[in-house]
Design a protein. Structure first.
Length: 340
């Protein structure tokens, strides 16, 4: 650790020399490296957190650039996965950081493994299903995690210390029904709210990593940068009936079998992940698809275009199907071109 590099941060009484050393010895995982997650990665790398695991299932598109500060036009042209591009940028920002890019869909079968060795989990996801999954895995393993969400000009943030503070299910007992909450798809989003929420999340993560739990804000923070409103709901009690942190019932870690189908926020697209581990041979798949449309691939993904539809296939057989938001249509396209 180079003390000169971090001198202004060490000078800050909340961090100091001891805090800086702790950061250097810390390991953080960021789940989702889009708008929020890319900011977490950038800020934690600059702060000198020793190890970062960046997880994202997605690749960079032009429509991400207005809000996903780590990515550039070149990354869109190169069709890079977000985790890979973010890790490369972390390497350029701070070569002392040990960074790992994981291009995967986080689901019940892998979430516990992905957070096992880390000191804190940062939420960079864009949907409640992923957050309930993270909550269950984090509560089960006793890992602190930092929730954050932004849509439109509104954002929310809270920090969970399992069995010490209320967890996500203490505050939101049930997942909102599909179609009932605004998403980037329906309401859009502006960068300032992402920056504000990410700033709160990273400050909370720094407090956790330097073990200053008494400095955590202990609230559900909500604010709207366009309506100029903010609320702070103090969180104290954990309801006795919380399935996760009271009763130890981790509903979201249970196998549900079959494919995982997700409608993607911000695009007319559906993602399908197989439930079993598969390794796709792109050369072979491209050969099979050649007559049905236009096909190209690099080592990260295969792209297939036909009749106004576009399918992106990843090495683990996960697909993103563009041109529909109907899971059933997507399943059928998947079955037709990829095989169930
Ligand atoms: Zn709870």
């Amino acid at each position: 650790m180079n003390p000169e590099r971090y001198s202004r941060q060490i000078l800050f009484s909340g961090i100091g020399k001891e805090g800086q050393q702790r950061l250097a010895e810390s390991h953080a995982v960021i789940i989702g490296c889009g708008a929020l997650g890319a900011m977490h990665a950038e800020m934690l790398a600059r702060a000198g957190v020793g190890r970062l695991r960046l997880i994202d299932r997605d690749f960079i598109e032009e429509s991400n650039l207005h809000r996903q500060i780590m990515f550039e036009e070149r990354d869109v042209a190169d069709r890079l996965p977000k985790a890979v591009a973010a890790a490369a940028r972390v390497g350029r920002i701070n070569s002392q950081v040990e960074v790992e890019a994981v291009v995967k869909d986080v689901n019940y079968s892998n979430v516990e493994e992905l957070i096992r060795e880390v000191d804190v989990v940062l939420d960079g996801t864009d949907n409640f299903e992923a957050r309930f999954l993270i909550n269950d895995a984090a509560v089960k393993s006793g890992k602190p995690w930092v929730y954050g969400a932004a849509v439109g000009s509104y954002g929310a943030q809270m920090t969970i210390r399992p069995r010490v503070t209320p967890c996500l299910r203490c505050v939101f007992p049930e997942m909102p029904a599909p179609g009932t909450s605004p998403t980037c798809d329906t309401a859009g989003v502006i960068l300032p709210i992402i920056a504000a929420i990410a700033a709160h999340q990273v400050a909370e993560a720094l407090k956790i990593l330097t073990r200053q739990f008494e400095k955590l804000h202990g609230s559900l923070l909500q604010f709207d940068l366009w309506q100029n409103t903010s609320t702070r709901l103090r969180l104290r009690d954990r309801p006795e009936d919380c399935p996760s942190c009271r009763q130890g019932r981790y509903d979201f870690l249970t196998a549900r079998g079959g494919q995982f189908v997700t409608t993607l926020c911000g695009r007319d697209a559906v993602q399908i992940s197989p439930s079993t581990a598969v390794q796709v041979d792109f050369a072979e798949l491209a050969e099979r698809m050649r007559d049905a449309g236009e096909v190209s691939y690099n080592r990260f993904m295969l792209k297939f275009k036909s009749g106004g539809r576009e399918i992106t296939v990843f090495p683990d057989a996960r697909c993103i199907i563009k041109g529909t938001d109907d899971p059933n249509v997507a399943r059928s396209i998947y079955a037709r071109y990829i095989g169930a």
